[in-house]
Every structure is written in C-alpha cells, then in structure tokens.
Design a protein around this ligand. Sequence first.
Ligand code: HEM
Length: 418
Amino acid sequence: MSDTASLDSLDIIGPDTYAKNGYPHAAWKRLRNESPIHWFDLPEGVGFWAVTKRADIVQISKQPEIFQNAPRLAIFEKGSPPEGERTFVRQLLNMDPPEHPKFRNAASHWFTPRAIRRRRPEVVRLARELLAKMAPDGETHEADFVADLAAPLTLSVLADMLGVPRDDWPLMFEWTNQIVGSADPEFQKEGADQGELVSQARNELFQYFMELAEKRRAKPEDDMVSVLANAEIDGAPIPPLELLSFYLVLVVAGNETTRNAASGGLLALIENPGELAKLRGNPGLTNSAAEEIVRWTSPVIQFCRTPNVDVELHGKTVRAGESLCLFYPSANRDEEIFEDADAFHVDRRPNPHLGFGIGEHFCLGANLARLELQVVFEELAHRLEEIELAGPFERMRSSFLGGVKRMPIRFRIRPESG
Ligand code: HEM
C-alpha cells in the first residue's frame, strides 16, 4: 500500500546520501512500485518529478519535441551548479531539435563503432602500460585503481582524441573534478563557494581550448579540436560559446563516467567472486560483462526533461515547465524488465539497460566507453590472479554522477609476457 508521506521523505537527491551509502536503491525500488512518477519538494530550490521506471524514461526520452533538455539539465540539491549556468554553457545536453542534431553531427563521425574500433590498439597499449606500472613483476602490490588506472586511461584516450598535448592532460583532470565534484569538500577551494568553483574551472578550461582551437584553425591536425574548430553548421563556423561548450562536454563526459564504471565494475567483481571466476574462465564474456558493469554501476545518475505542454503520466498531471528527473540507475534495476535485477551477472543477456540513456541524447561516447571497459576487463580476465580491497571504496559527494574518488586494492597480476 502506498504511503505518500513516507515516500515524500525518501532522500534520493541529497549528495551526502550518495557519498555515505552509495545509490539509494531501496528508495528507488519503493518509488517504482508505489509511485513511479513522484513529486519531490526541494527545500532550497524548485522541486521535481522523479521518474524511476524504465518504460517511462524510454517514452519521455524518445519524444524530444515535447520533453526538452534545455531549461534544466539535472537536479542539484540547492538548485546549483548556479541557476544561470546554462547561459554560460551551450552544449549538446542542453540543446533540443532542430538545433541539437546539427551540433551532434559535427562530432558523431568520431564515435561510430568503426572509428572507435581503430582506437583499440592504443587503448590496449595504454591499459597494459598502466598495469605494468602498478604491478611490474607478478608479485602482490597495492595501488589505487582510480588514480593509477581508471582515471589516467579514460583521460588519456579522450585527451588524445581531442589533440590536447600530453603535458596538459593533468589540467583536464583537475578541471573536470572541480566541475563535477563541486559539491564534494575535497574539490572545494578555500574562500570559493560551489558556484564560483565551477565557474572558475569552466573559465580556465574555456581559455585553454580557445587558444588551442585558434592554433588548430591556423594549422589543422587529425584531432577533434581541429574538426570542431573548423566545422560549419548551416554554413557558418560554430560560434565561440557553443564551440568551447562542446569541448567542455566532451572532456567532462569522457572523463567522469567511464572511470567510475570501471572502478564500480571492479568492485562488483571483488564482491561477487563467482562472477569474477566466471569471467576469468571465459574472457569471451568481456563484452557482456562490460554491459552489465554499465547497468550495475550506472555512473550517470540523472538528467532532466521539461515538457512544453501539460502531460498525464501514471494518472498524474505534469504541468508544462515542471522538471522530470530521469533516474537511470533505477531504470536499470527495474524488476519488470530485468530478471534477478539486484544481482550482478557478467553473462546477462539480453541487457537492455539505460546506462547510456536512450533516444535523441543517447550517449555520444557509448562506443568509446564500451571499448575502454572491454579492454580493461579483458586484460584483468586474462592476467589477474588475486585481488581484494585494501581500504575503503570512497564515493564522491554527488547525486548527479556516481563518482569514485579512491579504490585501494591489493592484487597480483601476471606480467604481460607471462
Ligand atoms: C560508462 C560511461 C558513460 C556513461 C554511463 C554515459 C552516460 C551518458 C548518458 C546517460 C547520456 C544521456 C543523457 C540524456 O539522455 O540526457 C550521455 C550523453 C552524452 N555522453 Fe556519455 N556516458 C559515458 C561515457 C561517455 C564518453 C566516454 C564520452 C566521450 C566523449 C561521452 C560523451 C557524451 C556526450 C557528448 C553526451 C551528450 C549527447 C547528446 O546530448 O546528444 N560519454 N552519456
């Protein structure tokens, strides 16, 4: 029986909940079963409808003319990153048709399955190089899986695609942490509030890419900064704000998601030794394991849609202009769709998860993320001999992206030639 008062008190948006306890799966389960479209007030901001079932998220995401991305990107506890942020950033995720597909097409050929397959040797080389640094000799070692593998791998691959010189890669890492982790005390700076921190990091990133784009306009290279700096939409170059925002979304989306999937995926394997054994015994399972890792970890927690007309959903009237918050990790545990939804199975098939979203804004980098996850877990499936956690798995304070700050591991891996 539904008890609205107790549903209203569920905390699915406070970043502290996420930092301390991880994802609020029990709360989402109740919402799916008792009130799949449920209104939440926000004490310090405008409230929102929580959408928790897969079918509803699909229906909403596939009607971009009605359910728009533009006015509100995601729900933040205090309405921040600051209201008005959208006037400083104009990127794919806050654009709608007919503008959105034109911008997306300017970069999409870099992310086709074929284009991404060509990157495989480089991703394998990088993964092996990082693993060799972590454990060169077949002995037991300790490392931080986030800092030593997941973060540098995803960062390097993307920075390389963009054409950012190697010496500047750490800057990308710092800026994205500050933009995405602004609610986490670890990434805050003394005297700067959350909004200032985001603006400062964004401005530095913009300045950096403005200069790089200028160089690539004068002398184009085979990289994404050159492609976008020289692209034309409706016969005109991409305007400066949209161009810089494009680089921003690629850097942030490319760095802050796959690394969390990789770290959360390894944690799932450590916590489910039977699944780890299955994968080690059958490295052919890496593709389905990668999909299951995205379902299980769902690193993007939520994005919003705003209807431009009043709509009825599950008998509730959602007014034009109100926010619908799509909770992807909840859709990915929807028991109506997934058998044994709360269990991690590396051989799950079919696996129609929404970890990458669906419809108009389906993740542009999905093929790249899949490749990176497949490569990491293929290497581990072949070579890992022992692994355990060597300290706490530390989550970022965010209800937008399921970030992992640290993952200390103790492990033994066969050297590459072994
Ligand atoms: C496991 C890793 C990843 C996950 C879980 C993920 C998840 C998502 C989700 C859920 C969306 C859709 C948002 C919506 O419908 O509103 C999205 C969009 C996007 N993702 Fe990813 N992503 C990942 C990796 C990447 C990578 C590696 C890139 C590389 C650049 C990337 C770039 C983008 C971009 C540009 C968009 C916006 C697309 C649009 O609005 O048309 N993502 N991602």
